[in-house]
Design a protein around this ligand. Sequence first.
Ligand code: HDD
Length: 713
Amino acid sequence: MTSLATQAKEAMANLLPDDPKIKDLKRNMVHPTSSSQMTTDHGVKISDTDHWLTASNGSDPGPALLEDQIAREKIMRFDHERIPERVVHARGTGAHGYFRVFDDRASKYTFAPTLTDPSRTTPIFIRFSTVQGSKGSADTVRDVRGFAMKMYTPEGNWDIVGNNIPVFFIQDAINFPDFVHAVKPEPHNEVPQGQTAHNNFWDFVGLRPEAAHMVMWAMSDRAIPRSFRMMQGFGVNTFTLINAKGERHFVKFHYIPELGVHSLFWDEALKLAGQDPDFHRKDLEEAIKSGCPPKWTFAIQVIAEKDEHNFDFDILDATKVWPQDLVPLMPIGEFVLNKCVDEFFPETEQAAFCTSHVVPGIGFSNDPLLQGRNFSYFDTQISRLGVNWEQLPINRPVCPVFNHHRDGAMQHKINKSTVNYHPNREEQVQPVPPHEGGYSEFMEKVIGMKQRVRTPKFQEHYNQAQMFYNSLKPHEKQHVINAFSFELSHCDDERVYKRYTDLLNKIDFDLAKAVAMKVNGTIPDAPSREKYPKTDETLSQLYFAPKTPTIASRRIAILIADGFNHAEVSAVRAMIAGATATCWIIGPRRGKIYSAGQTIGSGKGLVADHHFEDQRSTMFDAVYIPSGDEHAKTLKKSGRAIHWIREAFAHCKAIGAIGEGVEVVKRALDTVEGVQLAGLNDDDSVVSSYGVVTAGKYDLPSAMTDIIQIAPG
Ligand code: HDD
């Protein structure tokens, strides 16, 4: 635990004052203070910002005068505050951080110093997002999460615009507009928001079986993450690396979170969408600000050019993973997010990524999805932000930028030069040969016939969908069945849900049967194709559980009422803080709660952060109920407190209790059949002095046991 706290401090220290990107952003920062004087945008001081100039006779307001340039400016500036939201991935949140490699092991594959020079620390900005919902939708909906990273390298910006799922719904970029139309709210009534549970999505994916693999991931726990910090990230497309000898390898990028991969339960996700629609963005900010900056290992999978065709799938097909038993993961570096943005709009909203932005040593492949993406991103930024979007502070590189592009809306640069073309008599702004750092495309021999095709290996769609399902643990499989059943039940067009249950039988017979029975689909009586037997243990998110269980950055609620044991709560809070988890006191009111021995209304008391009604168990990872006679009596009588514990239990959270606190837990869970509380004998007497800990889904029980064991009494 201490080592994590130390790591957190180190990560903060790494937010160097001389971080080149933060330094660069400071050029645009303004620091309003109480002595800052209010002015118009043209700099004239304003004496009154509250009353529109009118021709008033003193007893009635009189007509407003158009002449009031202060009011006009204020209203007009406001009228134009909004820009188009992203056509997909509209809702998101971002943070700054840094990337570095462990050593030069990747130099076998690339000459890009960012991936090979361990002395280099590269500033980064990451934006996480959901895909379907609009800017104001909820964070915890079932959806793919975007994971877009911008590296500000001395060789130029490198963007990896990835997701938390390693494959994509379609193979060819030309299908993207159809796909997005189908996934977004339906055109006639703009319903539903932030979810795929509607006819059009299931109609499209039923008619396009190449989506089958990705749909399996989207119906799994991966699509309802506990936190952005607990997601794997993937570059998804196949890129290439070029080494100093001019050799080329195909590459896929992977990020593995230090805290492991964790998800919400669907019931939690649904409730949180209403109780706290900003749950994920607040979680990221809270973790960074409370000294627990999230960290990922950066890994690559590489395939030599000569081996391109040695697989039973096409390695350029974005609907396929490269199984790790065939192509092992090679960890080469790590990245940390350790600084929140100062203002959302200029940083997170104006951040703009392009798959086409790579640096020397990194190249593209003929992945048909990537080729189309390379066109689309630059284009969309022009409509969202204007042609000079790369001059915006969050997007501009930290290295010098010179060329002959000129003008356009919102041009900020003033070129002191008489020439704006190449070649020119001044020999200004010259191309750079490759050996001096100029980007040069890999010389690839291409022979082909102009045609619209999908090559044979691109036409197999079910093997990896089945491999994914084969690789899940039984409870993960059940969650997939539940998710399909939820979504297809929301489709009221029989053609849609019947076709999809038919398709499911090509993936897994038992899955198809279970879902079809729930949603009135086509119940199969035999598998419709031969089972694909392969499994890959790395496809289950449980594979990425941290080796040492940790409660770092977890949210722990302490439920108290008047009469609680103060010494015990203080000791537990100190322990939780030492483990860099956050701890929240929840009481019957937000205000002082008095401990045993204190008179209610006088004495120091402990101020509760929240009351039972305003925060729900869904927002926490664990609950602890301390000892204290009167306090326990009050909690036992409080329907809301009892619901807290029951709901936490239903969501498999760790519940710890000491002394009389155990009575409260027993009261809450008495009616739950078959519950055996750890730490209790068969006759319900307490086994040890430290109380009771229920099972939990995040490896929290053992950590909670440690915490409770040290508490006095
Ligand atoms: Fe895309 C945004 C990820 C396929 C076109 N995409 C966008 C973002 C992410 C992804 C994370 C949000 C970036 C941000 O935070 O600003 N997209 C993916 C992945 C794909 C993918 C992992 C498959 C491998 N996308 C894809 C295709 C096309 C687009 C095939 C078009 C041909 N994507 C866009 C876009 C967006 C976008 C319309 C909307 C906003 C933006 O670009 O900046 O151009």
